[in-house]
Design a protein around this ligand. Structure first.
Ligand code: KG4
Ligand code: ZN
Length: 363
């Protein structure tokens, strides 16, 4: 049998990502972004993103293959993001994934984008522990999860955001204070010159009577808006950025560390675009060390959307001998995270895989 080699394709938002992973090792990847085309609209325009994916797809596959020094004929499986994300953007990647799988005569895995964010950590830090708490903080999602074997087990939601995602809050607050899209990196940069304690923004849902694993960032965004409205004179942008960033980092760190204690987990896995934030990384690391927890965070470059994360997840599925998807598999722009595959994990015999954790309720 040939060595497994997974081609991963990611097009859920504005990044066209392609990666090649074999046995937990990233051989090569390539990334094109249409971010600049969306900046003047202050957010991603789905049709513009889809057209950019269409143009970038084949060149990115070619570049990733060249960097990995392999041919399409060497690929043994294709993994592609089938949701959640922007529908027109997802359709381009899924169609491309099907075409490459058909052309190469190899199986196709239609995977969940957020499971990819978690899987990418394996590339630099090796296999995940049997069970850990995962904090997923991206532009569209914020969740605390109990994660076992990513390829086989059901992902258990401990809590999610009831309104805005953490990344969404970064993007909206950036807009409020005149920083460009995407707001996360812009706030991260501006905050370096600011005082994180200049303004006391709220830490949402961290009171004793609040649901401990639930997030809410819309009120924090409104608190920043009110502060900006009331302020006379030039805005102290670095101080607002630093104080807002501190409120997000503190809220995430408190809840994640408490969830680990509650679950008896000794490892926190923090992933998604907001995990690229320097203060979020720094504060969560500090709190984890103080609590005796091991923190796993992917390298900054692999926190935001990319193709390596989808290839890494496909590689886990192949090695776990999970049955692939049929070529008529559909995208689901709103898919909730329940596991690696968008349409549920199956064994080779076609049976649904059992949950192995046995202890936690599914939200
Ligand atoms: O995971 P991701 O690349 O895409 C989604 O799946 O949503 O996350 C994108 C989000 C955006 O909201 C962006 O502003 C945020 O991640 N982000 C950051 C940083 N880099 C990206 N937020 C805070 N600090 C950063 N350095
Ligand atoms: Zn993402």
């Amino acid at each position: 049998m040939s060595t497994p080699l997974v081609l991963g394709i990611e097009t859920s938002c504005d990044e066209t990502g392609v990666g090649l992973v074999s046995g937990g090792v990233l051989l090569g990847d390539a990334l094109a972004s249409s971010m600049d085309e969306h900046a003047r609209f202050g957010g991603v325009v789905p049709e513009v993103a889809a057209r950019a994916h269409l143009e970038a797809m084949a060149p990115m596959v070619r570049t990733a293959l060249q960097r990995a020094e392999v041919d399409l004929a060497d690929v043994t499986a294709v993994a592609v993001t089938a949701g959640p994300g922007l529908s027109p953007a997802l359709q381009v990647g899924l169609a491309a994934g099907k075409a490459y799988a058909l052309a190469a005569g190899v199986p196709l895995y239609a995977v969940h984008h957020l499971a990819g964010h978690a899987a990418v950590d394996v590339l630099d830090h090796g296999p995940l522990p049997p069970r850990c708490v995962a904090l997923i903080v991206s532009g569209g999602h914020t969740s605390l999860l109990s994660v076992g074997d990513l390829a086989r087990d059901e992902v258990v939601h401990l809590g999610d955001t009831v309104d805005d995602a953490a990344g969404e809050a970064f993007d909206k607050v950036a807009r409020l204070i005149g920083l460009p899209y995407p707001g996360g990196p812009a706030i991260d940069r501006a905050a370096r010159e600011g005082d994180a304690h200049a303004i006391a923004f709220p830490r949402p849902l961290t009171g004793p009577a609040d649901p401990p694993w639930t997030f809410s960032f819309s009120g924090l965004k409104t608190a920043v808006a009110r502060w900006v409205e009331r302020h006379d004179g030039p805005l102290p942008v670095p101080d607002i950025a630093a104080s807002f960033q501190e409120a997000v980092a503190d809220t995430l760190a408190r809840k994640a560390v408490a969830a680990c204690a509650d679950q008896g987990a000794d490892t926190l896995l923090m992933v998604g675009g907001v995990a690229a934030n320097s203060r979020v990384r720094g504060l969560v690391e500090e709190r984890c060390t103080a609590a005796g927890l091991t923190l796993r965070v992917p390298p900054t470059r692999l926190c935001t959307d990319n193709g390596a994360m989808i290839a890494a997840l496909g590689d886990l599925l192949v090695r776990a001998d999970v049955e692939p998807d049929p070529l008529d598999v559909a995208a689901d722009p709103r898919a909730r995270l329940t596991g690696a595959l968008l349409h549920g994990a199956r064994t080779r015999s076609g049976a649904e895989l059992d949950r192995t954790d046995g202890s936690l309720p599914v939200a």
